[in-house]
Design a binder for this molecule. Structure first.
Ligand code: ADP
Ligand code: MG
Length: 301
């Protein structure tokens, strides 16, 4: 096969590993800088141009779209879909995953365990919103935050009220969430490919921190997950329409709850914590599943 990776930087760990894994299996693979793809939206022959050339045909593309370029990146992926190229994750699913609220709404429709979450527009509704999620302590999150930035723990109702007011005053979109204290500053990242969890790790926040993100100093280790956690992760990935994803769970008193589903999950943390060849498993999945015009949504919401 001839594969493309949409990535801004070929020296990133995940990009390098995917290239190695593809080449080790006898495929050719090219890194394409997402932001240098430009498009001719023609009715009969949609194409993508790249640094002055008409980009060659790929059998499949692997989108690695950073959250800072979601709009442009999803547009490029959609153009590949219009050309019939198999995209490991489809543009619509990527866009869904980047909005935490939209993601939770889609997961709730499938009855998947979630932290109790509220969303409101008017400052007048703040007191009731706080009660809706069970009162303080509670978590306040920017809908489009990443790497733990934009996630705040409010210990008291007064603190919650003023933080929510401040965000609303800035016109930032936030949601308010039940704080899963019993998770103890740890979450579980399940790496899902197709309908399987192929690797899982626990991330533990450092002392005094509740956010377990590796970018916030969290430590990763191998963990054995329960059958319920496994099925929750797989159902969450399916509800989002992602073929490859990182599903983040918290262990709550009422079972596993999904916090978010990542559409470009990093490989470094998970491969190092579990010793698994996740990049190889991704390429294996593409070998088995990629075919022209096989994308399900073709850009439809
Ligand atoms: P980001 O996209 O910035 O990673 P997350 O929603 O994943 O945002 O939150 C970051 C971290 O904060 C999580 O990995 C988890 O450790 C902690 N966290 C988030 N929401 C909750 C919650 N409702 N209860 C307890 N901890 C939470
Ligand atoms: Mg997260």
């Amino acid at each position: 096969m001839h594969l493309g990776i949409l990535s801004r930087n070929s020296s990133l760990y995940s990009t390098r590993r995917l290239m190695e894994a593809a080449e080790a299996r006898g495929h050719t693979i090219r890194v394409v800088d997402t932001l240098r793809c430009y498009m001719n939206i023609a009715s009969h022959k949609p194409r993508i141009h790249y640094k002055g050339e008409d980009l060659e045909d790929f059998d499949a593309v692997i989108p690695r779209i950073g959250s800072s370029i979601t709009f442009y990146g999803a547009s490029v992926v959609r153009q590949f879909e219009m050309m019939g190229v198999f995209s490991l994750n489809e543009s619509v699913a990527i866009t869904r995953s980047r909005d935490k609220l939209r993601s939770l709404q889609l997961l709730s429709r499938k009855g998947i365990g979630l932290p109790v979450t509220g969303f409101a527009h008017s400052p007048d509704d703040i007191p009731d919103l706080i009660q809706m999620v069970g009162g303080a302590p509670l978590v306040i999150k920017l809908l489009e935050g990443t790497q733990g930035i934009g996630v705040v723990l409010a210990e008291t109702e007064k603190a919650a009220e003023s933080v929510i007011q401040a965000f609303m005053g800035l016109k930032a979109n936030i949601m308010v969430q039940e704080y899963i204290k019993e998770a103890g500053g740890a979450d579980i990242r399940c790496f899902v490919i197709g309908d399987k969890v192929v690797a899982a790790m626990k991330r533990q926040a450092p002392d005094g921190e509740f956010r377990s993100n590796l970018h916030r100093g969290g430590q990763a280790e191998l963990i054995k997950i329960t059958p319920e956690e496994r099925s929750t992760a797989v159902r969450a990935a399916k509800a989002m329409g992602l073929r490859v994803s990182g599903v983040d769970l918290l262990r709550s008193n009422h079972g596993p709850v999904v916090m978010e589903v990542n559409s470009s999950p990093g490989l470094e943390g998970i491969e190092k914590a579990t010793g698994k060849d996740v990049a190889g498993l991704i390429i294996d999945y593409i070998e088995k599943n990629a075919a022209p015009y096989k994308n399900k949504t073709q850009g439809r919401g």
